[in-house]
Ligand binder design. Structure first.
Ligand code: DON
Length: 307
């Protein structure tokens, strides 16, 4: 079997092995996400030579949700630099749920850019330019990471807008501490739109591979962010990407990762690969049950743990 066939074969095996794994349910606090097919299970890997490998529902579109957070953190770091971004948002694991109130004592900053509070601030930091409103810039950035033009799922956006009071409350609380750069309503609207950008598992694997390759998209050869920015984003993903499960994840799987409530999950093997899974049933921390199981098995069987 060729090396390429072996990769596809392992992804197919993960799908067969974990496709019936019970437990978890699709998120429904955003009503539209509750309509997802719980049995959809896609896996994809993109290597540094730009090859993509996939199994199952790897071309099924879903909304990116929190998997957008590291990429918009990367955009903020590229535009403003680490010192300026760090005035607004920290880099410490919160040990709390993704939607927790997060205000660092003393500074009032959210703990990190992977929890909702920090991500709303990161999104709000992206400035409009004369030629391009901030959201268009965000969408274009996500598209460069994915290597194709992306769009917004308006139904999911509206569904979250109509039910997203907790995020609005977080934005107002942060505003009250003085660390919200723009109007909270505007910040949350832009953040909901960012979360509703439509991707596939193959897109997410390409995006992860771009971080793995020092910010260079291995498929399009577009340098999306600098190697320094990519390295910093991976550091925050490693410590904060799986919320209050981040320590256990790093202990067992040993790869920088990021999950989202629609069921997407990425893991990055620096200088080696970007991996992504899509499976909507989530555990109580908001992470995909089957996605985590498959990535854990891949890490253990192929010795992917970085430490
Ligand atoms: O803000 C929210 O609640 C969603 N738009 C995104 C949260 C999310 O994906 C958390 N991930 N596991």
């Amino acid at each position: 079997m060729s090396a390429a066939d072996a990769v596809t074969d392992s992804l197919n095996r993960m799908r067969a092995e974990f496709g019936d794994l019970p437990g978890g349910r699709p998120a429904d606090y955003i009503p539209q996400l509750g309509l997802a097919d719980p049995d959809a299970f896609g896996l994809a890997l993109v290597s540094m030579d730009g090859h993509s490998y996939s199994a199952g529902e790897a071309d099924v579109p879903f909304t990116i949700q929190s998997v957008s957070k590291p990429f918009i953190y990367a955009l903020a770091l590229s535009v403003l630099g680490l010192d300026e971004v760090s005035r607004w948002v920290g880099a410490e694991p919160s040990g709390d749920a993704f939607n927790a109130i997060s205000l660092e004592p003393g500074t009032g900053r959210p703990a990190n850019a992977m929890v909702n509070a920090g991500a709303i601030v990161t999104t709000a930091l992206i400035p409009d330019t004369p030629g391009e409103p901030a959201f268009d810039r965000i969408l274009r950035c996500l598209g460069r990471f994915a290597g194709r033009e992306l769009d917004v799922d308006e139904e999911v956006f509206t569904s979250e807008s109509m039910t997203g009071d907790r995020n609005r409350a977080l934005a107002y609380l942060i505003r009250a501490t003085g660390t919200m750069p723009v109007d909270p309503v505007l910040a949350v609207d832009r953040y909901f739109r960012q979360c509703a950008v439509r991707v596939t598992a193959v897109d997410l694997a390409t995006m992860a591979a771009t971080l793995a390759y020092g910010g260079l998209n291995p498929v399009t050869r577009d340098q999306v962010v600098s190697p320094e920015v990519a390295a910093r984003v991976l550091a925050v993903m490693a410590t904060c990407g799986m919320y209050d499960g981040s320590g256990e994840w790093l202990l067992r799987i040993g790869l920088p990762a990021k999950s989202g409530v629609s069921g997407g999950l990425i893991a990055v093997g620096p200088a080696r690969f970007g991996l992504a899974t899509y499976s909507p049933p989530l555990d109580t921390a908001g992470n995909s049950v089957r996605g985590q199981a498959a990535l854990r098995a891949l890490s253990e069987r192929y010795g992917l743990h970085l430490m």
